[in-house]
Design a protein around this ligand. Structure first.
Ligand code: GCW
Length: 684
């Protein structure tokens, strides 16, 4: 029989509960669970107490319904004839689904896959698909993790969430793991329904106290809450822990005592959590300790953990977000450029990493801006697995107070073609290992930052981003708009008007936000010194954070060319480098990322840079003005609670978009002295 607390058992429960929920009445459903227990398969067993009976198959008449859910191996074992019956070869976590006259067969390559299959079946049923069909689905890449940036406490008792806009941590309180982890279990359920298979629960700016024996016990309780949904636990580490927590006088990754300390900690964790996913490490970045403290390489740092994890089958996700935020000087050095840091720090290290190391790379070379070119590091790690780090939490993108549907932006990154060796080399095909023929596991990490707020993320509509993350990580060829429409139907039902309005607003939202914040690749222009929220273009320059615009009275933009600038464009493979090197071949949307030009420079569109700024800010904020009016047309079609919650935010966004428009336009008018040709900004 399926083991209670493991995914196949959960799948049986979800099916019974889900079908009842969809049809709005109790449906007798015979669920057979097929799993293999400890080496021997015991095939079909009776499900979770439901007897065989009349089921409603969605066609409106009663009929016996049986659902069989389990692993392929167990099913074939107990139904020897089934092997030949067309069950395709599945990848890890993949599933096979066959619906025929009310009988449902759901088989996973493993237990987790069976649960994913059950959720997929329910998702189609909930969207009105009650037909017969057969399908198989496999994830594009094995790593589909979310990262929570949760603090154990924040000075007071709170477990706050860094860049979280949905309340306190669901995991931590007062320096410890919470007693009540009900919400952690619900979070795992939410994530399993979109194919996410691990959560790193604590902030990458990690507290060494995470690893006290008491807190390791607590982490084990979180892992227990996740396990029924096939979600594994990951832990962020503080590189200096052997010293700050362990009392050693060093945290040098090559010091034998340090190696041993990490080995012991890792063993102690696996004793409590045998299926732990592994570690996430932010090192030598933004003041965090790391191997560079001892003049060791990032590979020395990553391998330290990889070796400790290897006997347990764990992985280390080592972040490429490595840079020094104290030493860059904009005034003294025209070639200084934070965007170059990742490639420089990882230079010469490809091939030096243990095979259970995955380099986790933010989508762009700076920091989750509204528009960045894909990080060139993806194209340079040929023998080392990589994962794409996306930010579901909207740190620079309106902090959940603005509607910004991010999947279209992510899609551009996934489809970006690096042309390595002159051949097609899309980001997605690098992540899944195909492009470089890597067998090593790569994939996706989404910074999610849910909290105790009942909406999880602080906004009902922001949930489309978490949903889309899961769907794209499973299948990066998915279309953002069709993913969105699935999410809307599953969240708000199948009213075509609701579908139409939320689709229109969401699809217009990223271009609008880009237009009223920072356009032409200049970066988002939020305040970068305070909360990364609201307009403050002046804050970008004159400090060592390196998010510079180099705007003066005549010209603007970062010259990142090889011939005259920082040389960043040369980090791309030759074809792409050549395209970004020249103004003529750089797309307008990235012009100021790569080039420093006069405000009067004429774009491909025929407008000057400054006029584009003015127009875009008027256009983007005008789009935001339409959101509350569009949403108003749904009054009565969406329940009052969600209706009002969303309306409040959209009205706020419409107002804030005007603040953005006028601050940015006035700022650049004051800098350049060039009035708006249409008379809206400055004086004639
Ligand atoms: O985007 C920046 C954030 C920090 C974050 C850091 C990182 C967790 O402002 O809050 O720290 O990046 O990604 O490490």
């Amino acid at each position: 029989n399926a083991t209670e607390g493991l995914p196949v058992y959960t799948a049986g429960q979800e099916l019974a509960q889900g079908i009842e929920g969809i049809f709005g009445k109790k449906v007798d459903l015979d669920v057979d669970l097929a799993t293999a227990g400890a080496g021997k398969s015991n095939g079909k067993g009776k499900g979770n107490g439901k007897g065989k009976g009349k089921g409603n198959n969605g066609h409106g008449h009663d009929r016996d319904t049986t659902a069989t859910v389990g692993t392929v191996a167990a099913y074939v074992d107990s139904n020897p004839g089934a092997a030949a019956a067309g069950i395709p070869e599945l990848a890890d976590d993949g599933f096979y689904l066959r619906v025929s006259r009310g009988n449902v067969l759901i088989l996973g390559q493993n237990e987790r896959g069976a649960l994913y299959g059950a959720f997929h079946y329910l998702s189609l049923l909930a969207q009105g698909n009650a037909s017969d069909y057969t399908l198989a689905s496999n994830p594009d890449a094995p790593i589909r993790w979310v990262n929570q940036w949760d603090n154990m406490q924040d000075g007071g008792t709170h477990g706050s969430v860094e860049r979280g806009y949905g309340g306190d941590s669901i995991f931590f309180w007062d320096g410890k793991v919470r007693d009540d982890l009900t919400r952690a279990g619900l979070y795992a359920r939410l994530l399993a329904s979109i194919g996410v298979n691990a959560v790193v629960v604590n902030n990458v700016n990690a507290d060494p106290k995470t690893l006290t024996p008491e807190n390791m016990d607590g982490l084990a309780r979180i892992a227990n809450a996740f396990r029924p949904y096939g979600v594994q636990l990951g832990v962020s580490l503080n590189f200096a822990s052997p010293q700050t927590l362990g009392g050693l006088d060093s945290f040098d990754p090559l010091d034998e005592r340090v190696v041993e300390w990490w080995r012991d900690i890792t063993d102690a964790l696996y004793e409590r959590i045998p299926d732990m996913a592994g570690y996430l490490v932010k090192a030598s970045s933004e003041g965090q300790p790391g191997p560079l403290t001892y003049n060791r390489t990032l590979a020395d740092g990553a391998n330290l953990f990889a070796r400790a994890l290897k006997p347990h089958g764990g992985r280390v996700l080592f972040r490429a977000f490595v840079y020094d935020h104290t030493s860059l000087d904009e005034d003294k050095d025209w070639k200084a450029d934070r965007a170059k840091a990742a490639v420089e720090y990882f230079d010469g290290l490809d091939g030096k990493f243990e095979d259970n190391v995955v380099i986790q790379i933010k989508y762009g070379p700076i920091d989750f801006q509204v528009r960045e070119p894909a990080s060139p590091l993806f194209s340079r790690l040929v023998r080392t697995a990589s994962a794409l780090e996306l930010q579901i939490t909207q740190e620079y993108l309106g902090q959940q107070a603005h509607l910004v549907y991010l999947a279209p932006m992510w899609k551009e990154i996934l489809d970006f073609d690096f042309r390595v060796d002159g051949r097609p080399s899309r980001t997605a095909d690098i992540l899944n290992g195909k492009r470089f023929g890597r067998r090593r596991a790569g994939g996706y990490a989404g910074v999610a930052n849910v909290g105790t707020n009942t909406t999880w993320l602080g906004s009902h509509l922001a949930m489309s981003n978490l949903y889309a993350f899961g769907r794209l990580a499973w299948d990066p060829s998915s279309e953002p708009e069709s993913v969105l429409r699935d999410w809307i139907r599953l969240t708000f039902g199948d009213d075509p008007k609701v579908l139409d309005v939320i689709t229109r607003m969401s699809m217009a939202s990223w271009p609008a936000y880009e237009n009223y914040s920072g356009n032409l690749g200049i970066q988002t222009l939020t305040d970068i010194l305070l909360g990364h929220y609201g307009p403050n273009p002046a804050s970008q320059d004159g400090n060592p954070w390196g998010q510079w615009t180099r705007a003066d009275a005549d010209s603007i933009g970062m010259d990142r060319t090889v011939w005259n600038g920082t040389g960043f464009s040369g980090q791309y493979p030759p074809e792409v480098a050549a395209r970004f090197e020249r103004i003529e071949t750089t797309p307008d949307e990235l012009l100021l990322w790569f080039h420093h030009v006069p405000y009067t420079h004429v774009l491909k569109s025929g407008k000057t840079v400054i006029q584009h700024f003015y127009d875009a800010h008027y256009e983007g904020s005008a789009v935001a003005q339409t959101f509350p009016r569009l949403w108003e047309t749904l009054r009565g079609r969406v329940d009052d609670e969600r209706f009002e919650h969303v309306l409040f935010r959209l009205e706020y966004q419409a107002g804030h978009a005007l603040v953005w428009r006028d601050s940015i336009n006035n700022f650049y008018f004051n800098k350049s002295g060039i009035p708006d040709a249409r008379g809206r900004v400055g004086h004639h």
